[in-house]
Design a binder for this molecule. Structure first.
Ligand SMILES: Cc1cc2nc3c(=O)[nH]c(=O)nc-3n(C[C@H](O)[C@H](O)[C@H](O)COP(=O)(O)OP(=O)(O)OC[C@H]3O[C@@H](n4cnc5c(N)ncnc54)[C@H](O)[C@@H]3O)c2cc1C
Length: 446
């Protein structure tokens, strides 16, 4: 049962063993460190640092019996702040964070859902392996791997979910399942894109890629003509080899000048080849600053383990997937930027689009860009009017970058036959809606 953080309900209950032993409650030392998420303050009645699937089963059973709301948390970096609550239980998976190389030759690895992606990268680096995840090492494995995973090597290696070989979940009845292509394949299909709807994911197996190192180009461009800069960047990205993945953020430079900051990763170690490959992007606009260097993937995405204090309170976040950044699109993005706190474009395409759309619940396999824009509630009306002008150009959304959760967003996140299939699976695996925290699916007809 979802509990909106910010509501004032405080539930009184006594926790049975073994839950009492793993609970951090208001007044306990350490409560301040676990109550909030990165984007939202919370006041849960207890944060349960679960040690294994039995603890999770006990928490689910208690929540069901006592009608206590329950929320699942891996890294606490969900944009919508849904991994805390007020007055309920938080199942905190941070102790389930082991990273094991099962077979170094084939790159098969097992990762606990409570690990941070930066820690995964650091653990795999000595084996010459990496799983492309997101741009931030503090993001948790569980939230990202159940949704998609648009990373800094996506055009070369695809999404994080594209590398998943198996998932372990505690279902609503407390049973632990291991699902893959041969075991409960429908569930495995659903986990890779809509996973938070079906259970508590405890671990995943991934087929990691051999990654010796990367080259990183960080460039700042004058984006006074924002639309033109975005169009040129988009054309350059599409013309680039798959080794190149570029993320672009619009920022305000000195004197209020619009600046585009591009972080471009060449998924290889040859600095000269990287220089040639990213040169295309220099057409984005007048270059203000540039640094190209060789590094390792894990240094690119370190996990800082920053304390979570709701330090990123932007609560109106919109996502749109785009095929092209032609002028009509970039003019609309430039208009959104005028009312936004942050605008980011991530290149997808390349290997992301090699995967058949029917392969898993994340089905967006033809777009080239993922747009995320966010603002504060006070600017939401103006911002949303500007966003509406973009919608004719948008083809789908990525749920991790969207705070609205209505039927329209579900249809955009899960296009065509994906949503009806997910709804049928929801009715089978979670008929009582125990797992409705992240983009809740209905169980009846859409
Ligand atoms: C600074 C920042 C940068 C980001 N960059 C990227 C990026 O480059 N690419 C990208 O793809 N995404 C990115 N994201 C989005 C991020 O991937 C998602 O927000 C993701 O859900 C966060 O995972 P988490 O485990 O930290 O989140 P949490 O806050 O712990 O959880 C998010 C949601 O998933 C559910 N959930 C978490 N773990 C589990 C589990 N084990 N089983 C079932 N449900 C679970 C929670 O209940 C909650 O609803 C970024 C987010 C932030 C804040």
């Amino acid at each position: 049962m979802p509990v909106p953080a910010g509501s004032s309900s405080a539930l009184e209950f006594t926790l049975p063993e073994p839950l009492a032993a793993i609970a951090t409650r208001p007044g306990d030392p350490g409560y301040e460190a676990v109550r909030h998420t990165y984007t939202r303050p919370g006041s849960p009645a207890a944060v349960l640092r679960v040690r294994n699937e039995r603890d999770i089963g006990a928490a689910l059973a208690f929540a069901r019996r006592e009608h206590v709301p329950l929320t699942v948390r891996s890294g606490g970096h969900g944009i919508s702040g849904r991994s805390t609550n007020d007055g309920g239980l938080v199942v905190d998976l941070s102790l389930l964070a082991s990273v094991t190389v099962l077979d170094a030759e084939s790159g098969l690895v097992r990762v606990g859902a409570g690990a941070r992606w930066g820690d995964v990268a650091a653990a795999l680096a000595p084996h010459g392996l990496a799983v492309s995840s997101g741009d931030t090492g503090d993001v948790g494995v569980g939230g990202l791997a159940t949704a998609g995973g648009i990373g800094l090597m996506s055009r070369r290696y695809g999404l994080t979910v594209d590398h998943m070989r198996a998932a372990e979940l505690v279902l609503a009845d407390g049973s632990l399942v291991r699902t893959d292509d041969l075991h409960d394949p429908d569930l495995f299909w659903a986990v890779r894109g809509a996973g938070a709807n079906f259970g508590v994911a405890t671990a995943f197996e991934f087929h990691a890629s051999s990654v010796e190192g990367v080259c990183v180009d960080v460039s700042l461009y004058d984006a006074s003509d924002t639309a033109a800069a975005l169009t040129r960047w988009g054309e350059a990205v599409e013309a680039s080899p798959r080794m190149v993945t570029s993320f672009l953020t619009l920022v305000t430079g000195p004197g209020g000048r619009p600046v585009a900051q591009a972080m471009t990763v060449y998924a290889g170690t040859d600095l000269e080849a990287a220089d040639r490959a990213v040169r295309n992007l220099r057409s984005t606009g007048p270059l203000l600053h540039n640094r190209l260097s060789a590094t390792s993937y894990h240094r690119l995405v370190p996990a800082a383990h920053q304390p979570q204090r709701a330090q990123q309170p932007l609560s109106v976040v919109r996502s749109g997937l785009l095929h092209r950044l032609d002028t009509a699109v970039t003019e609309a993005i430039a208009s959104v930027a005028d009312a936004a706190g942050i605008v980011q474009l991530r290149s997808v395409g390349g290997a992301v689009n090699d995967m058949p759309a029917a392969a898993m619940a994340y089905a967006h396999r033809s777009q080239n860009f993922s747009l995320m824009a966010a603002t504060v509630p006070a600017l939401a009306n103006d911002f949303d009017q500007r966003w509406e002008a973009l919608t004719p150009h948008v083809d789908g959304l990525y749920l991790s970058f969207e705070t609205r959760t209505g039927m329209r967003q579900l249809q955009d996140a899960f296009p065509g036959p994906v949503l009806p299939r997910l709804i049928a699976l929801k009715a089978h695996y979670d008929p009582e809606h125990r797992f409705d925290n992240n983009f809740a699916l209905p169980t009846g007809p859409a």
